[in-house]
Design a protein around this ligand. Structure first.
Ligand code: ARG
Length: 408
């Protein structure tokens, strides 16, 4: 500790120790120059000149991590409504959503798909202090096959949309991985099967071959990046798992074979089980394609049943919401769904903290209140282990030792 180091000492009545999986009393957390240096008890020595933040009766938790967001998307501008806006409009949307997401207690997000390297721009703006926002792990463009979920399939042939994310052979995918990494991708997102919000594909159908996904995984891992796979259907999920991918997004129609493969390979499931409620309630008035609403009716409930079965089977689970499909900032609404569909509150919290950090490969930085990691903290009024909905309105948010939301 140098003389001019910025030191903050945070105290509260309780803390959720996500690594031990339990609540502890009277925590005292010391943060020096943005990183945690000590986690002890109230009454421990406080460095001279430290700034004090006492959270009273509240419960401290690590800053939350959402493993699947699209900060540069707005669900109220769905379907053809997006065509009213210029390309860089979406970065502006991202600026607003980054603030909402951070204020909601999410201090780290994995942004798994955006056009024009918007997520890299946003990350750079946040890191340079121009705008507030979470730490971002950007994927840039989500890669996919011609006509697939990550292609723009809603236009006639005479309207051509630039598509740097599209590839159709193992070698083309290798090139695409290299290109997005060159421009800032830190994780590779791949659309392995059809999806809901795409207009013309079938939601469960595989779109990328085993040979292609193997090439992507090999290339990404060689370059030090993890692979996040959009997949609803079992065939696509299972080939992705056979290829050694790191996370399966959605996983709606995963079967017993998928659970077995995931447990063997150590892959995580990252299931956005809140979204069905939002899409069915708001989709039609938001401009979502009729075809997409029909596909949502096919997979929404099944996905929740698969979530329960996967968790019961012992598949490792993450907290990922697909923010942008519902309004960014409401991320924490998914906690109650995860508990409703089979998790305990501590499991849901670990999915959004300690487990997420492991899946990101960032346990040195985020995901727990532990010396060495960033001073990313939130606090809630009540006991989140008794009522996980406490996480829907954090009373306090700190990122890197700086107060973002001050307790009232
Ligand atoms: N981005 C996803 C897709 O279009 C959203 C799926 C939302 N629905 C759900 N039940 N999780 O496929």
């Amino acid at each position: 500790t140098t003389a001019d180091a910025k030191t903050v000492v945070v105290t509260a009545a309780h803390m959720i120790d996500v690594l031990a999986g339990k609540r502890v009393d009277n925590p005292q957390v010391t943060i020096v120059d943005g990183r945690i240096t000590a986690v002890g008890r109230k009454g421990d020595a406080v460095p001279a000149g430290a700034e004090r933040v006492d959270l009273g009766e509240r419960t401290l938790l690590p800053g939350l991590i959402d493993m699947h967001v699209h900060l540069t998307s707005d669900p109220t501008l769905s379907g053809y409504r997006q065509l009213e806006f210029t390309d860089n409009f979406w970065t502006v949307v991202g600026v607003a959503n980054a603030r909402r997401t951070l204020d909601a207690g999410f201090t780290t997000v994995r942004n798994v798909g955006s056009a024009n390297y918007d997520d890299v721009a946003l990350k750079q703006g946040i890191e340079r202090g121009y705008v507030p926002g979470p730490r971002i792990v950007p994927a840039t463009y989500a890669l996919g096959a011609t006509g697939g979920h990550c292609d723009a399939t809603e236009f006639p042939p005479s309207i051509q949309v630039p598509h740097p994310q599209i590839a159709n052979t193992p070698d083309e995918f290798r090139g695409a991985v290299r290109t997005i990494r060159k421009y800032g991708a830190e994780v590779v997102k791949v659309c392995m099967t059809g999806g809901v919000l795409s207009k013309t594909d079938s939601v469960g159908a595989q779109q990328i071959s085993l040979a292609e996904i193997k090439a992507i995984v090999e290339e990404a891992h060689m370059l030090g990046m993890k692979v996040a796979v959009h997949a609803h259907g079992a065939e696509g999920i299972n080939d992705a798992l056979r290829a050694g991918v790191d996370t399966i997004e959605h996983a709606s129609l995963a079967d017993a074979e998928s659970f077995k493969l995931a447990k063997v390979s150590g892959a995580w499931f990252d299931m956005d089980i809140y979204d069905d409620d939002y899409i069915l309630a708001e989709g039609a008035k938001n401009g979502v394609f009729a075809e997409s609403l029909e596909k949502e009716r096919q997979v929404g409930l099944k996905q929740r049943q698969t979530f329960r079965a996967a968790h019961a089977a012992g598949v490792k689970m993450l907290f990922g919401t697909d923010g942008g499909v519902y309004p960014n900032g409401n991320n924490a609404l998914q906690f109650a769904k995860m508990v409703e569909w089979g998790m305990t509150p501590i499991e849901a919290i670990q999915a959004a903290t300690s487990s997420a950090a492991i899946a990101l490969g960032r346990t040195a930085d985020v995901g727990a209140i532990q010396p060495g990691r960033f001073g990313d903290l939130i606090a809630v009024e009540g006991d989140p282990l008794a009522d996980v909905r406490q996480l829907e309105h954090p009373a306090f948010v700190m990122k890197g030792g700086a107060v973002v939301v001050a307790p009232k």
